[in-house]
Design a protein around this ligand. Structure first.
Ligand code: C2E
Ligand code: MG
Ligand code: MG
Length: 390
C-alpha cells in the first residue's frame, strides 16, 4: 500500500504496543517491522508468555488505514535473562532466534527461546550469506527444472512451469522451499527472480526455435513471481527485456502469482499486471484455494488463468465432497472466463475425473515430475502425448 501507509501502520502498531504495556515495561522499535519489549521482573517463562499473549491480543483488532481494514500477524520471540544477568546483546539475539522460530511455525504466535534455536539462527545467517554469494554469478549454482502442463484429455504437452533449484556447494540440490522464503524475507528474491525470468525465457526461446523446425505448435512457459517482485517498479521493463532477448512472444509467457501475494493489494500491482497483459503476457493465480482470501478480488484482478491447488485436486475421484469443491472451483473459473489448470495431479483416477468434469489443463507427478532442461526438452520436442508411467 505504499511507504507512507506502511509508516502509518508502524505508528499505529507502536501506539497499540504502548497501550498494552504495564508500568515498568519498555517498548522500542528496532528497525523495519521489528519491535522489542523489555519486561523487568517478568515472572519467569509463564509471566513472559502471558505478556506475549497480552501484546498479541492488543494487536489483533484490525487497523484502519485510509479507510481500509488491515490485519497484522505478529510473531513474538520470548527470551529470558539467565539468573544473574547475561548481556543485553545475548538476550536480543535469543529473542530474535525465537522470533524466527515463531515465524517458521506459521507466524501470528509466540515462541520461547531454546538453545537449539541458536544453531537454526546461525544456519539462516550462513544460508543468507551463501545466497548473496551465489547471486553474484547465478548461472553457476541456480538451476531451473521444468514441469509440463498437459491437456488433461489427451496428455498433449501445452507448456511448462519453470521451478528454481539451488545446487548448493555443501548441501546438494535444494528445493525452493529451503531458500525462497529466506530470499523473500531478505529481498534477494528480486535478483533471483530476475534470473529465473531471463533463464526461463531463454530456454523457451531455444525450444521454440527447435519446435518451429519440427512443425510443432508453440508451448507456454510459466514463471513464478513473488509479491516482492510485483512491487518492483522495474518489473514490466525486466519482462520486456527477457522477452526481447529470447525471442519469445508475450502470449507464450505466463506469470504465476499466488493469491496471498495479490490480496496484499499493493496499489502498483494492478496497473503493472494490466500493463503486462496489454502486451499479451498472461497472468495466473497460483495455488488457488490454498489461502484464506475472499473471492471478490477475482473480479477486480486482471488475470487469465486459475491454478487449482493440490489441496482442491487431491482425491477428487474418491470423495463426493472433494469432487463438489473441485467442480465449483472449475465452474468459477469458467464463469469468469479463466483457463483452469489442476495442480498436483498424482493419479490416473484424478486425471480421468478432471477430464470428465471438463478441466482442460493439468500438471503433476502423474504425467511428469519437474525435470532438468535436457529431460524436459525431450518432452518439448519428443513424441506427444505423454504416457504416464503410473
Ligand atoms: P508452485 O508454483 O505451486 O509449484 C508447484 C509445486 O508443486 C512444485 O514444487 C512441484 O514440484 C510440486 N508438484 C508438482 N506436481 C506435484 C504432484 O503431483 N504432487 C505433489 N505433491 N507436488 C507436486 P517445488 O518445485 O518444490 O516448488 C515449490 C514452490 O516454490 C512453488 O510452488 C513456488 O511457489 C515456489 N517457487 C519455485 N520456483 C520459484 C521461482 O522461481 N520464484 C518464486 N518466487 N517462487 C518459486
Ligand atoms: Mg507456480
Ligand atoms: Mg502452485
Amino acid at each position: 500500500m505504499g511507504h507512507a501507509t506502511g509508516d502509518g501502520l508502524l505508528v499505529e502498531v507502536a501506539g497499540r504496543l504502548r497501550s498494552c504495556l504495564e508500568p515498568g515495561e519498555t517498548a522500542a522499535r528496532f528497525g523495519g517491522d521489528e519491535f522489542a519489549v523489555l519486561i523487568e521482573d517478568a515472572g519467569g517463562e509463564t509471566g513472559a508468555t502471558e505478556a506475549a499473549g497480552r501484546i498479541a491480543r492488543g494487536l489483533s483488532p484490525p487497523f484502519d488505514l485510509d479507510g481500509r481494514e488491515v490485519f497484522v500477524t505478529p510473531s513474538v520471540g520470548v527470551a529470558l535473562a539467565p539468573p544473574g544477568g547475561g548481556t543485553p546483546d545475548g538476550l536480543l539475539r535469543e529473542a530474535d532466534a525465537a522470533m524466527y522460530e515463531a515465524k517458521a511455525r506459521g507466524r501470528d504466535r509466540h515462541a520461547v527461546f531454546r538453545p537449539g534455536m541458536r544453531a537454526a539462527s546461525a544456519g539462516r545467517l550462513e544460508l543468507e550469506g551463501d545466497l548473496r554469494r551465489a547471486l553474484g554469478d547465478p548461472d553457476r549454482e541456480f538451476r531451473l527444472f521444468y514441469q509440463p502442463q498437459v491437456r488433461v484429455g489427451d496428455g498433449v504437452v501445452a507448456g511448462f512451469e519453470a521451478l528454481v533449484r539451488w545446487e548448493h556447494p555443501g548441501r546438494g540440490l535444494l528445493p525452493p522451499g529451503e531458500f525462497v522464503p529466506l530470499a523473500e524475507e531478505t529481498g534477494l528474491i528480486v535478483p533471483l527472480g530476475l534470473w529465473v525470468l531471463r533463464e526461463a525465457c531463454r530456454q523457451a526461446g531455444e525450444w521454440r526455435r527447435l519446435q518451429i523446425g519440427a512443425g510443432r505448435p508453440p508451448l507456454t512457459m510459466s514463471v513464478n513471481l513473488s509479491a516482492r517482485q510485483l512491487r518492483e517498479p522495474g518489473l514490466a521493463g525486466a519482462v520486456a527485456e527477457a522477452l526481447g532477448a529470447s525471442g519469445v512472444g508475450p502470449d507464450d509467457l505466463v506469470l504465476e502469482i499466488t493469491e496471498t501475494a495479490l490480496v496484499g493489494d499493493s496499489p502498483s500491482a494492478v496497473p503493472t499486471l494490466q500493463h503486462l497483459r496489454e502486451w499479451g503476457v498472461r497472468i495466473a493465480i497460483d495455488d488457488f484455494g490454498a489461502g484464506y482470501s475472499s473471492l471478490s478480488y477475482l473480479k477486480r484482478l486482471p488475470v487469465d488463468q486459475l491454478k487449482l491447488d493440490r489441496s482442491i485436486v487431491a482425491g477428487l475421484d474418491l470423495d463426493q465432497t472433494d469432487l463438489a469443491v473441485a467442480t465449483s472451483a472449475l465452474a468459477l473459473a469458467r464463469a469468469l472466463g479463466l483457463e483452469a489448470v489442476a495442480e498436483g495431479v498424482e493419479t490416473r483416477g484424478e486425471a480421468e475425473k478432471l477430464a470428465e468434469v471438463g478441466c482442460e489443463l493439468g500438471q503433476g507427478f502423474y504425467w511428469q515430475k519437474p525435470a532438468p532442461p535436457k529431460e524436459a526438452g525431450l518432452l518439448a520436442l519428443g513424441p506427444c502425448p505423454i504416457h504416464p508411467t503410473s
